[in-house]
Each structure stands twice: as C-alpha cells, then as structure tokens.
Design a protein around this ligand. Structure first.
Ligand code: ATP
Ligand code: MG
Length: 402
C-alpha cells in the first residue's frame, strides 16, 4: 500500500498542560532529526496530532525510525483520498481487497473535523460499512475489538484512511527534561542507563574516560560505537573524551591499593561534574547497579558521591544483571559491550578494592594530590565530537572491509 502520510499520536505529553507547546515543538524537532535522511518529508505538528507527509518517501523505511522516537504513543500510516464519497468508497474497497483474507471481522471508525461534509461520522460509517459488505458479502462487522479497524478522517482539505496502528516508543521527548552527562564506559550497564534517561526526556552527552596507552584505541572506538547505538533516539549525541592517564598514574603512585578504586571514582565524578557545569547540564547519569562490584556497594557510593551535591541519576541501580542485559539486547548494545577491550577501570583495578572505604581516610589520602592542578590539565585536554547515526555506520563498513 502506498501511504501518503503518517499520523502520530502524542504520548504522555498530552497531559502536561502549559508545557504542551514546548513538548510538541521538541518532539517535532526530534522527529525531524531522526528522519533527517528523508529530505522530502514534511512535518506538521498540531496541538493534538503530528502529521508526517511522506511526499513519495518509502514508508517501510520511515516507520522503523519513527518507532524509536520517545514521546510518541502510537502512529498510523494513512492514505490521502479526495474528499468525496465515490473516492472514499473506492479506496475503502481497494484497501480491504489488499488486507482482508476471508477470516477477519471489521469495523469502520469515522471522524469528522470538517462539519460541512455531506455525511456525519455515523452516516459515513454506515456508508463505508455498506461499501465493504458490497465487496465481501460474507464479512462480519464487529464493534468490539474487530480484527480490522478501518479509520476514516474527514479533514478540512482531504480525507484520510488508515487501518494500522503501530506502538510508539512511549516516554517523553528527549530534551524536555533538560540535559544530563552520561558517564559511559565500554560496559553493559551505562548505555542502558543512557537509554532509560533519554526515555524520560533527558538529553544526554556521553562522558568517557580513556587512559592511553593503557587503554586502547579499540576501547575508545567501542565507547563511540555504543554512543552511536543511542543516537537513533535523538539524531546525534556529543561524545566527550576525557584524558585520564595522568590522574590514574598519580593515584597508583601515591596511594595504597585498597583505595585506588574509591579515589579514581571520586576523580571521575569531580571531572564529570565540572564538565556538566561547562556544558550546562543539570544532572549526572551513570550505570551503577547496587552490589554489582566493589565500587557499587552503598558504602562506596556514599564515599564516592561525597565530592558533589549534583543529583546523580542511576537508572539501573535496582535492576538485576539479567534485567539490564535484556534491555541491552533490546537496544542492540549487548554484543558490542561484551567485546573484551580493557577500559581504564579494569586496567588499574586493584586486586582487593575496599567495599567499605573509610571517608576520613579518603580525605586524608587526597591531601597528597594536587587535585586542582590535575583537574585543570585534564579538562584542558577534552576532546568533543558529535556522534551521528550515519557516521558510525560508515566506520563499521570500513571495519568490515578491513
Ligand atoms: P558498565 O557496564 O556501565 O561499565 P560496570 O558494571 O562495569 O558498568 P563499573 O565499571 O564499576 O561498572 O562502572 C560503574 C559506572 O561508572 C559505569 O556504569 C559508568 O557510568 C561509570 N564508568 C566506569 N568507567 C567509566 C569510564 N571509563 N568512562 C566513563 N564512565 C565510566
Ligand atoms: Mg565497567
């Protein structure tokens, strides 16, 4: 079926009162970003619905991209028809010929925003129902939960027919909740945390700590590839590479093994917070899951968190590993995440990190470091790049070629 437009129904934002306008504008912008590769599309966002005019673009390619955009409850690909009864009858019969296999029940649902149209919704339902029965005398009409619900909408300019409703991604449009810095390692948990934060409307920027030459170019590329997997939900994500080598070497040189992990995490958090401020973010997001490793006991979290009062969102904190993996598979980050490239934490991982670090001891140890100087040098070397969906696709092709 050659669709002419996609009708999009908003998700939760319908209930957001005064903010509605900015929610809708943000959603329209995100839809434009997600569908940027289709130059002929025209997007109109009204108060109640969004209409994406296909203008000849292939709906089979557009629909899967739209399914990823947060803030959409569901959408229906539709066919535009001239606003007269003959054309409507003809298209209704044509659609039924394509989709009816001889078994389904059906119903016509009519809606009329143009009240000057010759039939009202009830009359239109009757008229088109009869048209279907003319073509398929044995077909059964059913008002409750029919197999086929053929919707017709009479608008000011044209009429629209649709028979499919596709579930949207739900959530809130990315950007409507403000900006957060996602601490993104190369592991399973942090990309899932980023996905969940975006689902609730947070615009994320990925902050990744790299310690070359201890960590490899592949480990860095893996973090970028994971970021790329998160871009279909927004169109593009800023990737911030933090040079962490000097700090890790200093920690190793100047403190006892048992405290490397806590001191390292505190530095990571301080730096992420400084970057957040520079980038006008409101919160920090990480992939910590309670009890998973030494740095993720409540005692460790308290000792690490002490460096900032910025809210830290931990979307996967109470999830079991299996639950996180399930989501990682859904967003297609799992296979990438389990590739064995060492990241900066594994390389400097002490054999016996403290699971109950003592905060006083931590503060005392930190007096041995020139924290301000270390941070300043580190922040001077940030590398920021925007990761776009296609860009990474190209680098994957290149990798295949090699
Ligand atoms: P993940 O699967 O996300 O790597 P993990 O279970 O391996 O998590 P840790 O390695 O202890 O746990 O890291 C906990 C969190 O700290 C990560 O989820 C991430 O948010 C942050 N983090 C760890 N390493 C890095 C890094 N190299 N760059 C940025 N953030 C990091
Ligand atoms: Mg990790």
């Amino acid at each position: 079926m050659q669709y002419t437009e996609i009708m999009v129904r908003y998700g939760e934002l319908s209930t957001k009162g005064k903010n509605r306008r900015s929610f809708i504008m943000q959603l329209a912008q995100n839809v434009r970003g997600a569908l940027a590769e289709f130059p002929n599309l025209k997007i109109h966002a009204d108060r109640d619905r969004m209409h994406i005019l296909l203008n000849g673009e292939d709906s089979r390619l557009v629909l899967p991209k739209l399914e990823k955009v947060f803030g959409i409850q569901n959408f229906s690909p539709s066919i535009r028809v001239e606003k007269n009864l003959t054309a409507l009858k003809q298209m209704t019969q044509q659609i039924m010929e394509e989709i009816y296999t001889g078994k389904e029940t059906f119903k016509i649902t009519a809606k009329r925003s143009d009240h000057s149209f010759e039939l009202d919704s009830h009359g239109l339902q009757q008229f088109l129902g009869d048209a279907v029965i003319d073509s398929f005398p044995e077909i059964k009409a059913q008002m409750k939960r029919p197999d086929i619900n053929l919707r017709v909408e009479i608008r000011r300019d044209d009429a629209y027919l649709s028979y499919e409703t596709i579930k949207g991604a739900g959530g809130l449009p990315v950007g409507t909740s403000g900006r957060g810095m996602l601490m993104l390692s190369g592991g399973i948990d942090s990309p899932v945390a980023g996905y969940l934060a975006m689902k609730r409307g947070v615009e994320i920027e990925a902050v990744h700590f790299a310690s070359p030459p201890y960590t490899s170019e592949q480990a860095l590329q893996k973090a970028k590839d994971l970021t790329e997997k998160l871009t279909p939900y927004v169109g593009g994500i800023q990737f911030i590479e933090v040079p962490f080598t000097e700090i890790q070497e200093e920690i190793k040189k100047r403190s006892p093994q048992g405290y490397w992990m806590t001191l390292t995490r505190r530095m990571m958090l301080r730096l992420t917070d400084a970057i957040r401020e520079m980038r006008h973010g409101l919160v920090i997001i990480n992939g910590e899951s309670l009890g998973q490793v030494a740095s993720q006991t409540l005692h460790s979290m308290v000792a690490i968190n002490e460096v900032t009062t910025t809210p830290i969102i931990r979307p996967v904190v109470t999830m079991d590993k299996n639950e996180i993996i399930e989501l990682a598979e859904k967003i297609d980050t799992f296979e990438l995440a389990i590739q064995p490239f060492e990241d900066c934490c594994t390389i400097f991982a002490p054999p016996q990190p403290k699971t109950r670090p003592n905060l006083e001891k931590v503060l005392e140890l930190e007096e041995r470091f020139d924290i301000d100087g270390l941070m300043e040098r580190c922040l001077a070397g940030l590398k920021i790049e925007k990761i776009l969906p296609e860009q990474a696709e190209k680098s994957n092709e290149f990798a295949d070629f090699l």
